[in-house]
Design a protein around this ligand. Structure first.
Ligand code: MTE
Length: 313
C-alpha cells in the first residue's frame, strides 16, 4: 500500500500528467473545495494498479489524529472471514474481488446492474476523514475515499414507495471461510432509512488512506455511516435495494434485544451487556468519552427529532 496525497513534480510521468489534466477538468468544482490527490493503489487481491483520483473535502473531515493504516487494516470485524480481529487480514486473500457488480433495484424507476468501474466513475471521489465507533467500545479515525451514497440513489430514481435502503453483502462460502459457520444468518444484511442514506455524510466507499480498500476493510465497495455503530457500515456490497418496509438486518435477526435498526452512537443508551459512555481509541491508552451521534449531531440530529432513542435504539 502506498499513500501519496500530493504528487511531487519529480514523480509526474506523462500518464500521471495526462490523468491529472483530465481530472482537473472533470473535478473543477471539487478542486475549489480542497486539494487533489492521486494515488496508485495495490489491493491485496482482485483489482491491481488502479489509479484513484480524489479531492480532499474538508467540510466533513475531522482533524483528529488518524489511526495508523497498519492498525486500521489488521484489527477488523468482518465475520465472513472469522470472528477474531486478526482473521480478516489473515484470510482476505482467499476472496476474489474482481470481477464485481452491484445491483441497484427495488422501488426505483431505473434499476441497474453496475460493474465496478461504472459504479466508481459515477461521481467524483472525495476523501473524508471520519471517526468510526464500533458497538464493542473501540474507535478509530479513518480517511475513506468515496462519494455520497445519495449520488447513486438519485441516479436510479426512487419511487414514492421507497422508504428504506437494504444492503446485501457477498455470500461466497468457498472464499469466505467464516460463512461456513452459522455465526450469523448469511449473507450479512444492513439497512438505513432513505433519509439516512441520502444524508451527505453517508458515503459509498471504494478506498482508504489514498488507495483501494484492502479486502479486509470491505473491498471493493462498502458503505460508511459515521454516526452509527460500525456494524451499520456493511462491507463487500453486492445489492442495494430500495424498499417500502424496514429491512431485517443480520444483527437484528441474530440478537434483536442487543442490536436495533437505528444503532446510532449514543453514550446514554447502554448495550444490554455493557455501557456505551466511553470508548477506547485504537492507539491510545486512556478511554475517552463517547459523543452522541459520534460527534456528527449537527448533520444528523434532525433526522431523529421527536423519536425516543431508547426505544428506537
Ligand atoms: N460488513 C460485513 N459484511 N461483515 C461484517 O462482519 N462488521 C461490521 C462492519 N461491516 C462487518 C461489516 C463491524 S461490527 C464493524 S465495527 C465495521 O465493519 C468494521 O470496519 P473496519 O474493519 O473497516 O474497521
Amino acid at each position: 500500500m502506498k499513500f501519496k496525497s500530493k504528487l511531487l513534480s519529480s514523480e509526474v510521468t506523462s500518464k500521471d500528467f495526462w490523468m491529472r489534466r483530465k481530472t482537473l477538468k472533470t473535478l473543477s468544482t471539487s478542486v475549489a473545495l480542497g486539494t487533489l490527490g492521486l494515488a496508485k493503489s495495490f489491493a491485496a487481491t482482485g483489482e491491481k494498479d488502479k489509479d484513484l483520483i480524489f479531492s480532499h473535502v474538508k467540510q466533513f473531515s475531522t482533524k483528529e489524529n488518524r489511526t495508523e493504516f497498519s492498525k486500521a487494516s489488521s484489527y477488523n470485524n468482518f465475520y465472513e472471514f472469522g470472528t477474531d480481529k486478526s482473521d480478516p487480514k489473515k484470510y482476505a486473500h482467499e476472496l476474489q474481488t474482481s470481477p464485481w457488480s452491484v445491483t441497484v433495484h427495488g422501488d426505483v424507476l431505473k434499476p441497474k446492474i453496475f460493474d465496478l468501474d461504472d459504479l466508481r466513475g459515477l461521481a467524483s471521489l472525495e476523501e473524508r476523514v471520519y471517526r468510526l465507533r464500533c458497538v464493542e467500545g473501540w474507535s478509530m479515525v479513518i480517511p475513506w475515499i468515496g462519494y455520497p451514497l445519495s449520488s447513486l440513489i438519485k441516479k436510479v430514481l426512487p419511487t414514492g414507495n421507497a422508504k428504506y435502503v437494504e444492503f446485501t453483502t457477498l455470500y461466497r462460502p468457498e472464499e469466505m471461510r467464516g460463512q461456513r459457520r452459522s455465526v450469523l444468518d448469511w449473507p450479512y444484511i444492513e439497512g438505513l432509512r432513505l433519509d439516512e442514506a441520502m444524508n451527505p455524510l453517508t458515503l459509498l466507499s471504494f478506498g482508504m488512506y489514498g488507495s483501494l480498500l484492502p479486502t479486509q476493510n470491505g473491498a471493493p465497495v462498502r458503505v460508511i455511516v459515521p454516526w452509527k455503530y460500525g456494524f451499520k457500515s456493511p462491507k463487500a456490497i453486492v445489492s442495494i435495494r430500495l424498499t417500502e418496509k424496514q429491512p431485517q438486518t443480520a444483527w437484528m435477526q441474530g440478537s434483536p434485544k442487543e442490536y436495533g435498526f437505528y444503532s446510532n452512537v449514543n453514550p446514554n443508551v447502554r448495550h444490554p451487556r455493557w455501557s456505551q459512555s466511553k470508548e477506547r481509541r485504537i492507539g491510545e491508552l486512556r478511554k475517552r468519552d463517547t459523543v452522541i451521534f459520534n460527534g456528527y449531531a449537527d448533520y444528523v440530529a434532525h433526522l431523529y427529532e421527536g423519536m425516543d432513542l431508547r426505544k428506537f435504539f
